[in-house]
Design a protein around this ligand. Structure first.
Ligand code: ATP
Ligand code: MG
Length: 268
């Protein structure tokens, strides 16, 4: 009996029908003070074919682990009925300033059409299932970055991030939250540098695009991280004025030749 109890308290995988309002309410109706939508959310878990929710991750809601938490949502690992791979499930917070997940989903689907962002799988009003990216956030990576860190890896990573931004730009999708990309740029846990831009809830296809300019400014012009990055890349004689000038040209109409000029100037 005791062993069974211990197993039960350490359990991290639950099917939607096993979720209990009292025990798991705050996980699917974060922050947990209003559980009116609990049953409707369990229905939505069934609707998008969630087999299991996996409460495993470094952030915590009560004693359960989750993979992320923001102003709009909590993000948990899950398994769907349709596939064996683990997915990331974004669950709208009850106190979010968004009425549903559709904008996030539609914009991410559009980004996927030219190879950017985690694969969007399905969404309901309160849930959005997408490819799970085994990764660290850019912010965490930058904290650990040393001036003696690998030049090859750092330049590859920045080039990859700028390429993703360029793709967003030429396809006319402005992300809207990349001036500080520490939370929205993930770095995959793989040998070669690979970045993934997440969270398209503030994206727009109407706004003038400013993805590449925002991320270049972050990496090379602003704050503590830019000095460190310039040192690693050996940009001793780097001219801020020159970069601002080329970014200005690029901003007037993103095109391949200006993009290449930027990469050359930054030596990535
Ligand atoms: N597809 C994914 N794979 C792995 N981790 C993810 C994924 N999507 C989100 N995360 C994690 O969850 C966190 C929150 O996700 P996201 O930024 O989409 O939520 P949000 O509620 O819009 O947050 P914010 O208020 O910061 O904009 C991310 O910073 C990241 O750590
Ligand atoms: Mg967000």
């Amino acid at each position: 009996m005791k062993i069974l109890q211990i197993l039960e308290t350490n359990r991290i995988e639950f099917s939607p029908s096993e979720l209990r309002k009292k025990e798991h309410g705050a996980l699917i109706c974060y922050p947990g003070t209003d559980l009116k939508t609990f049953d409707a959310r369990v229905d939505q878990l069934h609707e998008i074919g969630v087999r299991k929710l996996i409460f495993d991750g470094s952030s915590k809601v009560g004693r359960y682990g989750i993979i992320g938490r923001g102003c709009v949502s909590t993000v948990v690992k899950a398994r769907l009925k349709s596939t064996d791979e683990i997915v990331a499930l974004k669950i709208r917070r009850v106190d979010a300033n968004r009425v549903n997940m559709s904008r996030d989903y539609e914009h991410q689907k559009f980004a996927n059409s030219f190879g950017v962002g985690p694969r969007a799988l399905s969404a309901t009003d309160d849930l959005f299932a997408m490819e799970y990216v085994d990764s660290v956030r850019l912010g965490k990576w930058l904290e650990k970055l040393k001036t003696r860190s690998s030049k090859k890896y750092t330049s590859g990573l920045i080039r990859n991030a700028l390429e993703q931004c360029y793709l967003l730009d030429v396809n006319g999708l402005d992300h809207g939250e990349l001036s500080n990309p520490t939370k929205h740029l993930l770095i995959r846990n793989v040998v070669h540098p690979e970045t993934v831009i997440i969270d398209y809830e503030s994206a727009s296809r109407e706004r003038k695009v400013a993805n590449l300019t925002a991320v270049s400014q972050f990496f090379f012009l602003g704050g503590w991280q830019s000095e460190k990055i310039r040192k690693i890349l050996g940009l001793a004689k780097f001219s801020k004025k020159k970069l601002i000038e080329i970014l200005g040209e690029y901003k007037r109409g993103p095109c391949e030749s200006h993009f290449q000029k930027i990469l050359t100037l930054l030596r990535v």
